[in-house]
Design a protein around this ligand. Structure first.
Ligand code: CAA
Length: 294
């Protein structure tokens, strides 16, 4: 049974949120909303994937308990605010849906047009896409004015940035409402237009691609390359470690989108990155990327 949300004005009207796609980002986004006291419906394609999402949340909040950042009682209350399902029809009465499924435009278009028929007319439809055209996704729906980007950064429970992405269709009141919601979640929203990679990924992913190309030359070890940027430039992680954290498949997908849109050669996916993705070495999530995660 999915709890129903209250209606009103402003971000306070958002009481129940659906998160579709419970991989690294989706599970992290569930945690952010549940931690802020909202009811969440976590959806993935099969009961096993929904169960895996529940496992991610239990592990992540368990670490917070172990570190003394969350009491066991608060962990239980947080977990109780989330229901898990393999059926998008369980989103019929949520106030906001955030999509965090794989970065394939056709999958997203398909999901948004299904959601259009399932949710209430005033439900906000948000995408966590890293770089795909939100305008194209919105245009495939019956109510493009309620479609918006809400782009979280990995790890979502820790990083404060949320890019709020508006298109030519997006209702300006909705932009304000989603920005206020991000603030209510303890995040720092920035409002950006719909262009490839928005702001953060347009700059960051090009930097990561350049770092991988430098590593390909064999002129520097992975550790020294990472240390150069971590110790010398003040980044919290070196670019190869960060690529492993983001997921090399995601880095490649964003490179593809940026290169397609800009033809900027520095955004083109490096050969090594392409090979690693083909080999299934996707970084932390598969246990092997530029580094090994035993
Ligand atoms: N989930 C939840 N909490 C996590 C976490 C995770 N996956 N990873 C780390 N944390 C928490 C830790 O529990 C710890 O909390 P406390 O201090 O309260 O105990 C805190 O974060 C710091 O963690 P650590 O001490 O283990 O390590 P750290 O100080 O090196 O921080 C980091 C880890 C937050 C990941 C930091 O290294 C960092 O900010 N790295 C850069 C990450 C980044 O740039 N991400 C953006 C990627 S781009 C993107 O996501 C967009 C896209 O579309 C591709």
């Amino acid at each position: 049974m999915v709890p129903s949300g209250g209606r009103g004005n402003g971000s306070g009207r958002i009481g129940t949120v659906g998160v579709v796609g419970l991989g690294t980002m989706g599970a992290g986004i569930v945690e952010v909303f549940a931690k802020a006291g909202l009811s969440v419906v976590g959806v993935d394609g099969t009961p096993e994937l929904a169960e895996r999402g529940k496992g991610f949340l239990t592990t992540s909040t368990g670490k917070a308990v172990a570190r003394g950042r969350l009491s066991e009682q608060d962990q239980k209350a947080l977990l109780d605010r989330v229901t898990w399902t393999a059926s998008v029809t369980d989103l019929a009465d949520v106030d906001l849906v955030i999509e965090a499924i794989p970065e394939r435009l056709e999958f997203k278009i398909d999901l948004f047009s299904k959601l259009d028929d399932i949710v209430r007319p005033d439900t906000i439809l948000a995408s966590n896409t890293s770089s795909l055209s939100l305008t194209t996704i919105a245009a495939a729906t019956k109510h493009p004015e309620r479609v918006i980007g809400m782009h979280f950064f990995n790890p979502a429970p820790v990083l404060a940035l949320v890019e709020v992405i508006s298109t030519l269709f997006t209702d300006t009141k909705l932009v304000r409402e989603v920005r206020d919601l991000a603030t209510r979640l303890g995040k720092k929203p920035v409002v950006v237009g719909d262009r490839a990679g928005f702001v953060a990924n347009a700059l960051l992913i090009t930097y990561l691609a350049r770092a991988i190309r430098l590593y390909e030359t064999g002129s520097v070890s992975r550790e020294d390359l990472d240390n150069a940027m971590r110790v010398g430039a003040g980044f919290p992680m070196g670019p190869l470690t960060l690529s492993d954290l983001i997921g090399l498949d995601v880095v490649k997908e964003v490179c593809d989108v940026l290169y397609e849109a800009t033809k900027d050669p520095s955004a083109a996916p490096p050969a090594l990155l392409q090979q690693m993705v083909t080999a299934g070495r996707l970084g932390r999530k598969t246990g092997q990327g530029f580094y090994d995660y035993g």
